[in-house]
Design a protein around this ligand. Structure first.
Ligand SMILES: [Zn+2]
Length: 117
């Protein structure tokens, strides 16, 4: 089973059963690879050979449009753009906290920013 390399949230992702979630392998290019690792905020070592990052750490605009398959009426592939890095639901993004909510049979995890006042 795949888990997410991003700190904190991997604890929760294991339990989630939401549909449409993809796991992305770490990029091969060393420079980009390092940025991905730093975004994960992990204290322990990440084995990038096996590490995965969940699709909820990326924005919809981080994905390429699979124009060919769309025009052919086939299932569109989920492809990340070459230079994107995880930017959503990250541990040290703002002053927010991860929250877990049980909805139906699944557990949803989302990142909530704390109000400043
Ligand atoms: Zn994650």
């Amino acid at each position: 089973m795949s888990t997410c390399a991003v700190a904190i949230c991997s604890n929760y992702h294991i339990k989630t059963k939401d549909k449409g979630v993809r796991y992305h392998v770490f990029p091969v290019r060393p420079n980009l690879n390092k940025i991905w690792i730093s975004k994960c905020e992990r204290q322990d070592h990440i084995n990038v050979k096996y590490a995965r990052t969940r699709s909820d750490h990326f924005r919809p605009s981080d994905y390429m449009d699979d124009t060919k398959n769309r025009l052919l009426g086939l299932n569109q592939k989920i492809i990340l753009k070459p230079d994107v890095v995880p930017s959503v639901n990250l541990p040290l993004q703002g002053n927010g906290t991860f929250q877990v909510e049980v909805r139906g049979k699944g557990i949803e995890v989302f990142y909530r920013k704390q109000k400043l006042n």
